[in-house]
Design a protein around this ligand. Structure first.
Ligand code: AMP
Length: 434
């Protein structure tokens, strides 16, 4: 089942022969060249194949599945007001509401010239608005598994006409314990369908999941197994636990970081760190699973606008954040799971630009560090904390790495201010989402 895709690659979207409405939408977003995952995946999905795709957030993976799916559903597009004429034809499952919203916003953009309905359902908000959208009928449904099952249990959504299933960030779904939910959802879908599985990492569990969910899939990869983006400078500083706050402030100052995403392992330490940063007068915000949806969206919005300098996040809350080209990620605490390390640093160095991942490692995290190094198959560069007098230089410039810049989006000029590189606030999110 691990056929690899040996295809002639399209270097422009025009060569992918997408429907004119979709091509126009892509053009209006300023996309010119398909990214590597798009080059590989789009023709395969158009040809009706199942896909097992390895791609991190930031590689353009959403368009890689959304564009060809929309193209395939297009014959069913209609302007009828009858709900019966708008059954769910494509179901996209995402592990977190942030990712679900982000995928939904992208799909809405890609489908804007087609009379296709799209909606997004996720937990943590009231059911009513979502119920109304489902009752009216929707062709493309983006959902987190638990909330989808709630709606299905209430008979608000029928999934027996789903032709396309996408599991986005499948590794994260397994980490979050969604396997039983996924199995229940699968039981509601027709056996005859096209299924696409996207995952940042390929563990044995993912391969097993793929065997259950996919039929004779083509396998596409844009990053090597368990490797972090090549363009990310990864350094670690050994710091006693009690000195981590000062170390963090020093890194931000000496490296002159305009913004950084700062990871903690737990919600409690995220809260504690956020409070301490605010006390020190830094523009900080916190996102984690216990924050309300409004709080999370506000924090994210502040970060995108540049008014928030340090966004403190837990691993789960940070999944799927649509932050393009974030210059730095700081691991204030190392994650328990090495895969989370790869996800974390996948937040920086995106879009082919160079990024920075700094880990502050206390003595009792040495084992976690060793686990990460085994997983990414390289040792982190352990260096003393930068001193205020001598700003550090990158250990290796992106051009000097083995395989050059990561196979992701076209390079952007580094001089652009961060906030200009971030997505504009999606109106639907500010208004409280679907
Ligand atoms: P994703 O990996 O799907 O989260 O996409 C990351 C970002 O890249 C999103 O902001 C997309 O709008 C953007 N993007 C996706 N495909 C392209 C492309 N071919 N050219 C330029 N930007 C793109």
């Amino acid at each position: 089942m691990t056929e690899s895709a040996a295809l002639e690659v399209a270097t422009t979207f025009a060569e992918l022969n997408l429907a004119p409405e979709i091509q126009a939408a892509v053009e209006s977003l300023g996309y010119v060249h398909p990214t590597p995952i798009q080059q590989q995946a789009i023709p395969l999905v158009l040809a009706g194949r199942d896909l097992l795709a390895q791609a991190q957030t930031g590689t353009g993976k959403t368009a890689a599945f959304a564009l060809p799916l929309l193209d395939r559903i297009k014959p069913h597009a209609n302007t009828s007001t009858s709900p019966a004429r708008h059954p769910v034809r494509a179901l996209v499952l995402a592990p977190t509401r942030e990712l679900a919203i982000q995928v939904y916003d992208s799909v809405v953009e890609y489908a804007k010239n087609l009379p296709l309905r799209c909606t997004c359902v996720y937990g943590g908000v009231g059911m009513q608005e979502q119920e109304a959208a489902l009752r009216a009928g929707v062709e493309v449904l983006v959902a987190t598994p638990g909330r989808l099952l709630d709606h299905a249990g209430n008979k608000l959504v029928q999934l027996n006409q789903v032709q396309f299933l996408v599991l986005d960030e499948a590794d994260r779904m397994l980490d979050m314990g969604f396997l039983p939910d996924l199995k229940r959802i699968l039981a509601l879908l027709p056996k005859q369908r096209q299924s696409l599985l996207f995952s940042a990492t390929f563990s044995d569990e993912i391969v097993r999941l793929a065997q259950n969910f996919l039929q004779n899939p083509m396998r596409v990869e844009v990053a090597r197994r368990n490797t972090a983006a090549e363009t990310v400078e990864q350094v670690a500083h050994k710091v006693p636990e009690a000195d981590k706050l000062e170390a963090l402030l020093r890194v931000v100052k000496v490296r002159d970081l305009a913004q950084a995403l700062v990871f903690t392992r737990t919600k409690i330490s995220a809260d504690k760190l956020g409070r301490r940063l605010l006390k020190r007068g830094l523009e900080a915000a916190i996102i984690h699973g216990d924050k309300t949806q409004v709080d999370r969206l506000q924090a994210l919005e502040g970060f995108k606008q540049g008014t928030i300098k340090l966004l403190v996040a837990t691993d789960i809350a940070a999944r799927g954040l649509d932050i393009v080209e974030l210059p730095a990620v700081i691991n204030y605490e190392l994650p328990y799971s090495p895969e989370d390390y790869v996800h974390r640093i996948g937040r920086t160095g995106r879009a082919g630009a160079s990024g920075l991942a700094v880990s502050l490692v206390s003595a009792d995290e040495d084992k976690l560090l060793a686990g990460i190094e085994r997983f990414i198959k390289r040792e982190l560069n352990i260096v003393p904390l930068p001193s205020p007098a001598s700003p550090p230089r990158p250990a290796v410039s992106p051009e000097e790495t083995e395989s050059g810049p990561a196979a992701t989006l076209p390079r952007r000029r580094r001089a652009e201010p961060v906030c200009a590189l971030l997505m504009p606030p999606p109106q639907s999110q500010l208004a409280g989402g679907q």
